[in-house]
Design a protein around this ligand. Structure first.
Ligand code: C2E
Ligand code: SIN
Ligand code: SIN
Ligand code: FE
Length: 326
């Protein structure tokens, strides 16, 4: 018998059929027997929510009765709550060595980000902002941890990892660039960098995870994510107007050839221009389904040699200087 089963209920030994086109998932075949827990994890990591199992070819599905399940509310706090509690501990833990602390903060922030991107309700965004405020304060106040955070290259492709990287890089760049920091709400600003790609949650995953070049129609869908994200944040009323501009303007280019509004030069808010540099750097330095990663050095070199007319020159220079060793 064939049966639809949610990924969380899979067990090794079951034979699954993936309900997605072959190009939309990272497995070699569309149907296979699960040999180990890590295959289940891989399904979860790729955002696959359910599969069809075939008990002629593998272990049967035995549903867990409702009353046998753990009561969810009391005993298993959701991942976002759990991660944000650990995160606060790690942020404050001065006994932990800076590289380890930076790594842990990065990982826990990514967990929080993942929970948020799964369903960004107003309430979750509010909680996210509070959590992220602590990380932002740490970047602003602790030079050593901040330098380690900038250098973490957790560069697998995931919108949530990318979001965290751009959040960290954007906040650090804003700190380096904006002389009179008290004129800027650094918390609101940082939240905008972390949320810059939130509009991607409305784009078909098959497009985001496509292995090859996008068609012009697919690219048109992608071009909607700044406006989509801006609207989403407008609706939840959680983020200041200036932070929302980061989301709206992060794909504008200095030469006027960006999107969605084709703004040029000074028409683009400085916050959007900061985000654009951090975003392109992290995209180049990361693996994507459609390309391998460059080293940070070559990413900066490519930006300088081939993309300089996308950016505000001073913003780009300051960014390069953040990678100086001293
Ligand atoms: P992303 O992967 O986070 O990339 C963000 C931006 O970094 C891109 O904006 C682009 O300005 C820059 N960038 C990324 N990779 C490269 C590269 O190999 N060379 C150069 N010169 N610049 C690069 P863009 O082009 O507007 O793309 C926005 C988003 O659209 C990307 O975000 C990605 O999610 C998606 N995308 C763009 N092109 C492709 C593609 O060929 N295949 C797939 N599957 N997705 C794509
Ligand atoms: C905060 O600074 O506490 C919240 C950030 C914001 O205003 O969006
Ligand atoms: C991309 O592959 O992300 C597009 C690169 C570009 O158009 O510069
Ligand atoms: Fe984007």
């Amino acid at each position: 018998m064939k049966q639809k089963v949610s990924v969380g209920e899979l067990k090794p030994g079951m034979h699954v059929n993936l309900p997605h086109p072959w190009r939309a998932h990272p497995f070699l075949r569309n149907s296979f027997t699960i040999r180990a827990e890590k295959h289940i994890k891989k399904l979860i990591d790729h955002g696959i929510e359910y599969v069809i199992i075939d008990d002629q070819k593998g272990a049967p599905y035995i549903p867990v009765l409702e009353e046998m399940k753990e009561p969810e509310k009391e005993s298993t706090p959701d991942l976002q709550t759990l991660a944000s509690e650990n995160l606060l501990e790690v942020v404050d833990d001065k006994k932990m060595l800076p590289p380890m602390r930076a790594r842990a903060i990065h990982q826990l922030t990514a967990d929080v980000m993942k929970g948020l991107l799964e369903s960004p309700t107003g309430e979750k965004i509010a909680r996210f902002k509070k959590t992220i405020c602590n990380v932002i304060d740490l970047i602003l106040s602790d030079e050593v941890v901040s330098r380690h955070l900038i250098r973490i290259t957790s560069h697998d492709y995931n919108t949530f990892i990318h979001s965290v990287n751009v959040g960290i890089l954007g906040t650090a760049l804003a700190k380096a660039l904006l002389q009179k920091q008290d004129k800027h709400d650094m918390h609101a600003l940082g939240a905008g960098f972390f949320l810059h790609d939130i509009g991607k949650i409305n784009i078909d995953e098959a497009i985001i995870n496509k292995q090859g070049k996008l068609t012009e129609e697919e690219m048109d869908m992608i071009r909607e994510h700044p406006t989509g994200g801006f609207k989403l944040l407008n609706d939840t009323k959680q983020i200041t107007m200036e932070s929302r501009l980061i989301v709206l303007e992060h794909h504008e280019r200095d030469d006027g050839k960006g999107y969605p509004l084709k703004l040029r030069g000074e028409e683009i808010h400085i916050y959007g221009r900061i985000c654009s540099v951090a975003d392109v750097f992290d995209a180049l330095a990361s693996k994507r389904p459609y390309k391998s990663k460059l080293t940070p050095f070559y990413a900066l070199k490519l930006m300088k040699e081939e993309m300089l007319d996308h950016f505000h020159k001073d913003v780009f220079e300051k960014f390069v200087l953040m990678f100086r060793r001293d």
